[in-house]
Design a binder for this molecule. Structure first.
Ligand code: GRF
Length: 223
């Protein structure tokens, strides 16, 4: 069981999926605190509804990113947090946080990293014409969406997708894999070998995907 702090900046649907997975005992973790860099975001209301402690740290109160992160780390430590979970937290993490929580900060990103780091990635995936996208849970390092990858889920990109339809398909997978990632970290089942993160005694992945699924014609012989 791991004690987590969840960092948010917005609606908090990923936070909700983590809360729900803990309450239904699919994910063994305890949320010690939810911290937002913005007041009045719905994620805070979600936390309060479930009796979880909340805090707001505003960037206006700090001169530098580093001083913000020093305060953030201190608050998380105050709550006994052992794993920091970024769930739509719209800030770059700097050295004071990375030093306070080495390889103990994770993020979820709505693309298959290392493709499409940064912002507006569902739009970029559609415009690039990729046939698959998805989401990635990764450890946070000093780069942007660049840390070692823990788990990914893949979804097809459909010819008629809009940013909204693709985002929804990806978000559904985010809600599934983020609590899974927290659970396996809490169980101590991950081994980090440089950039490679290995699930100890994990099942073998199987299957291959194709888009467009031309192979559905494979058993038909040509005229
Ligand atoms: C998600 O798409 C997540 O991948 C990204 O920010 C969004 C957060 O959504 N990092 P929510 O606040 O969890 O609903």
């Amino acid at each position: 069981m791991v004690d987590i702090g969840v960092l948010v900046s917005g609606g908090g649907t990923n936070l909700q999926s983590i809360i729900d997975s803990i309450e239904t005992k699919k994910c063994s973790a305890r949320i010690k605190v939810v911290i937002s860099n913005k007041t009045d975001v719905f994620a805070l209301k979600r936390a309060e509804k479930h009796g979880i402690a909340t805090e707001v740290i505003k960037k206006e109160d700090f001169l530098t990113r580093e001083s913000f992160d020093t305060e953030l780390a201190a608050r998380l430590k105050k709550y006994g947090v052992g794993l920091v979970v970024l769930a739509g937290f719209m800030r770059i993490i700097t050295r004071p946080m990375l030093e306070a929580f080495p390889m103990r900060i994770i993020n979820i990103h709505p693309a298959l990293l290392p493709s499409f780091p940064g912002l507006d990635v569902q739009k970029k995936a559609i415009e690039h014409g990729v046939k698959f996208s998805g989401c990635t849970v990764h450890f946070v390092d000093e780069g942007v969406d660049s840390g070692p990858i823990i788990i990914q889920a893949v979804v097809p990109v459909k010819d008629n997708d809009t940013v909204e339809t693709l985002s929804k398909r990806i978000l559904d997978e985010e809600h599934r894999i983020y609590p899974e990632a927290i659970h396996i970290i809490g169980e101590g089942r991950l081994q980090v070998l440089g950039r490679r993160v290995v699930l100890k005694d994990g099942p073998e992945p199987t299957g291959a995907l194709e888009n467009p699924p031309v192979s559905i014609f494979a058993d038909k012989t040509l005229p």
